[in-house]
Design a protein around this ligand. Structure first.
Ligand code: Z5A
Ligand code: MG
Length: 211
């Protein structure tokens, strides 16, 4: 809470377990929205291009070991280093479509055994999503998709724990889509919600904060 309503772009986040289709759906949704004349930027977290992002990338590819709490704070810091650019972009009227955000940060670290409330704290004050599109997939289905198992967290029982922490973060900004369907069916299910939140941010909406 806090600020006043302003005309701005929407902050839309795609979340879901590994291989639920976030990156594919982000790309398709961005091109659909651009086709309707919307200004859209596609972002992703972790942003592996920064110095912090490179530490995260090396950890994820198992080239380096890091304490669980330390890596949690790096993921959060990787969002904080983008905070002012995120806000100025939204204020220019540009919609951000973000592939993973703080919700991934909390769900993955809590699933490793870190305290759920502790995990939320370093995310506090970051811009909150206007819309979270949660791609709901059966971890067994996800495991059958391309390149599964190459990175650190891609084990079915771990993914089930991640899903329970995602559910613990649901609020009125979340919409769940059945991601076991085909790429086109999932895309169809995302479009209306995205168009509608972009419309309401255009007519004026307070920028929300986590948590
Ligand atoms: N992580 C964290 O711990 N803390 C944080 O704060 C953040 C992240 C932000 C890397 O993330 C890891 O970081 C991640 C969480 C953790 N865990 N792990 N490991 P990442 O975003 O870089 O992960 P990724 O490499 O992009 O994979 P992904 O996100 O898990 O995949 P996806 O984007 O959801 O799916 P996709 O790339 O669009 O599709 C995967 C494959 O399935 C591909 O071959 C597609 O062609 C296929 N696909 C997609 N949709 C379908 C449908 N509908 N049917 C059939 N096949 C499909
Ligand atoms: Mg992805």
């Amino acid at each position: 809470g806090g600020g006043d309503a302003e005309k701005r772009g929407a902050l839309i986040v795609l979340e879901g377990l590994d291989r639920s289709g976030k990156s594919s759906q982000c790309r398709a949704l961005a091109s659909f929205l651009r086709g309707r004349g919307e200004s859209v930027e596609e972002w992703r977290f972790p942003d592996r291009t920064t110095a912090i992002g490179q530490m995260i990338s090396s950890y994820l590819s198992q080239a380096s070991e890091l304490d669980d709490s330390a890596v949690h704070l790096l993921f959060a810091a990787n969002r904080w280093e983008k905070r002012s650019l995120m806000e100025s972009t939204l204020r220019k009227g540009i919609t951000l479509l973000i592939d993973r955000y703080s919700y991934s940060g909390v769900a993955f670290s809590a699933a490793k055994g870190l305290d759920f409330q502790w995990c939320r704290t370093p995310e506090t004050g970051l811009p909150a999503a206007d819309l979270v599109l949660y791609l709901d997939i059966d971890p067994e289905v996800a495991a059958s998709r391309g390149e599964y198992g190459l990175e650190r967290y891609e084990k079915v029982d771990f993914q089930r724990r991640v899903a329970t922490y995602y559910q613990a973060m649901r609020d009125s900004t979340w919409q769940t889509v059945d991601a076991n369907q085909s790429v086109d069916e999932v895309q169809e299910a995302l479009r209306e919600a995205a168009v509608s939140v972009i419309q309401s941010c255009k007519s004026g909406a307070e920028l929300l904060r986590l948590w």
